[in-house]
Write a protein that binds this ligand. Structure first.
Ligand code: AMP
Length: 581
């Protein structure tokens, strides 16, 4: 594998990468043992591992008996010392020089996690493996990718370590560029745009670069699908200005960052013919349907993470994509990667991720249905070769970046096996729950309820631009509040129907029975002003997050007072469900 990683930038041989993957996944048990052994050999002398009394043993049994399962909270003091400049071997044998900020959109506050060369290497292995499978089904020639990627603010920790979001750390790494080039998908935008300090200006220039290299764009992508939808929603607002820039060859004054202006000036030449073509294409579209293939006629597919909290954007993405295939990207986190999409032809709703057994040691905490029909964690974790088809688990991993038996906080379902490795479907974040008493509704339940209720808006051609939720336990009885931003005005009658439908769509037995006896109060639907979710995105970027990793928080916790403040100050109308009376 190492040899392939080193040679990849010279020539990308997809069949060789696939062959390598096939070998790795045929003997998963052995690969897992060897991977754990390697991790423990490299890091056994760290302060963290030494305290658990492994005494040089590297077998799975000892490891599981000695080392506890942890969450980020347990590791925080160790990571903080690293960030503060303690270079002794705390979590890893080799000292950590870079810190990643996980998106933290679910918890309200970004978390620090270690980033190192090994993590970069597994990132590239994931990218190459999924590209190899993708390219076999959807070959792209020598072209460019219109990538809506953005860097976060980079800063130094107290101890002088470079810190930024994981995606920023990846984009900054020389290996990333080489790999993208080797895979024939270099980004159309210059670095100054990707790493610009103002994401609105970067987004405008990404769009402009896409138009300049219009015929060469073969892929339109982003890390999470939200960024693509956001980009084309913005296009609807700024397209006339983009056309003017192209016609005159002069960048709009809305872009003020000198480095971006300089870089864009080198690319922008007056091109009235192209400007006219884009102008008439935009005028000819009905409600921007099929916008992406119209603008970029050689695009072969749209690519980005489309599962989990990204599913609510699929409808809009399909609207912009027309007939173009939507290919969901891989599964991982700032803490480490998990799996790769090796079935690119599957629609995003059905995508699974095959676990790469050499990037970490994986364990799975079984979730079982209890007497109330709710999923809860049961018993001890099982290994990668012991998971059962159809079962749900929470992922626990150990990797080369200093995380040992780390609970990622995601729930997955085993949908099949590729050779010996499981193919996982992402189900939801395990801690994203609407819960008052015996009710439990996950992110997925919320998404389904919103989809059902939004059908009441179709006749008026209205859509839910974005949504989130909150549990109001200060009221007695407590109740769910759902916040919606809409694309236009809806009547009170229609919104009351939506509110009732939301309430009825939470079909979890605990919720329904509590609603019937008023142990949970009537669900509230609150409509917020246009642009409110944009404010949430801005708030998140202000905290050091990057647009590339943004995921709208689907449930706002009681401690997340800044988000509650943004939402409550923007409410324009609210409705209380009458569905249970
Ligand atoms: P971050 O905090 O930005 O590193 O985000 C990591 C989290 O994003 C994961 O723990 C998942 O909850 C979510 N995520 C990452 N990849 C996927 C995917 N392919 N499908 C669904 N959710 C994902």
């Amino acid at each position: 594998m190492k040899m392939i990683v080193e040679n990849i930038e010279k020539k990308f041989d997809g069949e060789e990468v696939i062959e390598d993957f096939e070998v790795l996944t045929k003997d998963v048990g052995r690969v897992q043992e060897e991977t754990l052994q390697k991790i423990l050999e490299e890091n056994g002398e760290t302060e963290y591992l030494k305290q658990w009394g492994l005494n040089g043993r590297t077998d799975a049994e000892t490891f599981k008996a000695c080392v506890p399962i942890v969450t980020h909270k347990n590791l925080e003091p160790y990571i903080q010392r690293i960030a503060d400049g303690d270079f002794s071997p705390i979590l890893t044998g080799k000292s950590i020089e870079t810190i990643s900020l996980s998106s933290g959109t679910t918890q309200g506050k970004p978390k620090f996690v270690p980033f190192n060369d090994e993590l970069m290497e597994s990132t590239m292995q994931i990218f190459k493996t999924s590209f190899a499978f993708r390219n076999r089904e959807f070959p792209i020639g020598n072209g460019k990718a219109l990538q809506f990627i953005y860097s976060s603010k980079q800063f130094k920790t107290k101890g002088g370590l470079a810190a930024g979001t994981a995606t920023t750390n990846v984009y900054r790494n020389a290996q990333f560029k080489k790999t993208m080039k080797a895979m024939s998908t270099p980004c159309c935008s210059p670095d100054e745009v990707i790493f610009g300090p103002d994401f609105q200006q970067s987004l405008y220039c990404h769009l402009l670069c896409g138009l300049i290299f219009r015929d060469e764009v073969h892929v339109v992508s982003s890390t999470f699908a939200h960024s693509i939808v956001h980009a084309f929603r913005t296009f609807e607002q700024v397209w006339e200005s983009l056309v003017v820039d192209m016609r005159e060859g002069v960048l709009s004054s809305r872009v003020t960052v000198p480095s971006i202006r300089l870089a864009m000036t080198k690319l922008l030449k007056p091109d009235p013919e192209l400007a006219d073509a884009i102008y008439s294409k935009c005028l000819s579209l009905s409600n921007w349907c099929g916008l992406i293939p119209e603008l970029f006629p050689n695009t072969k597919y749209i690519y980005g993470i489309m599962t989990g909290s990204m599913e609510p954007y699929l409808k809009k993405l399909r609207h912009y994509a027309g007939e173009l295939p939507l290919l969901s990207a891989d599964y991982g986190s700032s803490e480490g990667w998990v799996g790769v999409n090796i079935n690119p032809k599957l629609p995003p709703e059905m995508v699974t991720y095959a676990v790469l057994p050499n990037i970490g040691y994986f364990e799975f905490l079984p979730l079982e249905e209890n007497v109330n029909g709710m999923m809860e964690q049961a018993n001890s974790p099982v290994g990668l070769t012991e998971v059962k088809l159809g079962e749900e688990y929470e992922i626990v991993f150990t990797n080369f970046a200093g995380l040992y038996r780390y609970r990622l906080g995601d729930v997955v379902k085993i949908k099949g096996f590729h050779n010996g490795t499981p193919e996982l479907q992402f189900v939801c974040r395990s801690n994203l729950l609407l819960n008052i008493n015996i009710d439990k509704n996950t992110e997925k339940d919320l998404q389904l309820a919103v989809e059902a209720a939004a059908k009441h808006l179709i006749d008026e051609k209205l859509e839910v631009v974005d949504f989130t939720s909150h549990v109001n336990i200060s009221a007695d009885p407590g109740h769910y509040i759902i916040f919606w931003e809409l694309s236009g005005e809806a009547t009170d009658e229609m919104l009351q129907d939506c509110c009732n439908c939301l309430d009825k769509s939470f079909i979890d037995a605990g919720y329904v029975s509590s609603r019937k006896v008023s142990a949970i109060g009537a669900l509230e639907l609150r409509i917020v002003k246009r642009g409110t979710f944009h404010k949430i995105l801005d708030h998140f970027v202000g905290l050091g997050g990057a647009v590339s990793q943004f995921k709208t928080p689907r449930c706002v916790g009681p401690k997340n007072s800044s988000l509650i403040q943004i939402l409550s100050t923007n409410v324009v109308k609210s409705y209380s469900s009458t569905a249970f009376y």
